[in-house]
Design a binder for this molecule. Structure first.
Ligand SMILES: [Zn+2]
Length: 173
């Protein structure tokens, strides 16, 4: 009896210590997870200047080239894609008000949430949404720029033309 009483605390101690160690390890891991998730969130929030935005055609032949052009020339890491079928026609004609409102809303998310500093409006060869020649599409691009400026977009707006090879991009003045 005496022996078992004497042994009791010594038997209990190592168990308690191991439980404590396990709890400590679990809490350390959980704190680590919380800290890394906070770091991840804050790094997204501080990605100022690393996003750009492309008001681009939905045509799958043009998006990669446009993204790469903006990343290369404007020190941008991510390019938000606002896609429509022939967005330059839609913005220039100004008749599809619901679609224009939607474009505006998405550009605003890119500008205000991702702090995009550069917005590209894109036209391209062989556009099914805007089936006209380059000269007319360039006119549409210029009118589209005015439309976005009129909607209150203060960031730099550039106009891009994707050529027939779907790789070469011309910047329109
Ligand atoms: Zn198109």
């Amino acid at each position: 009896m005496v022996a078992s009483l004497l042994q009791y605390p010594y038997r209990r101690m190592p168990m308690k210590a191991s439980v404590r160690t396990a709890l400590f390890c679990i809490s350390a891991v959980m704190v680590g997870i919380v800290i890394s998730s906070i770091k991840e969130r804050s790094s997204l929030a501080t990605h100022n200047g690393k996003f750009g935005c492309a008001v681009d055609c939905m045509d799958g032949r043009v998006q990669d080239a446009v993204k790469q052009y903006i990343q290369k020339h404007y020190d941008v890491e991510f390019v938000d894609a606002v896609t429509e079928a022939g967005p330059n026609k839609i913005l220039a004609e100004n008749t599809e008000t619901a679609i224009i409102k939607d474009i505006e809303a998405r550009v605003n998310i890119s500008v205000h949430h991702h702090k995009s500093k550069i917005i590209a409006i894109v036209g391209h060869h062989g556009c099914a949404g805007n089936p006209t020649d380059k000269d007319h599409q360039v006119e549409h691009l210029r009118a589209s720029k005015k439309r976005l400026e009129g909607l209150g977009v203060k960031e730099e707006i550039i106009l891009l033309w994707v050529c027939e090879d779907f790789k070469t991009i011309e910047k329109i003045d």
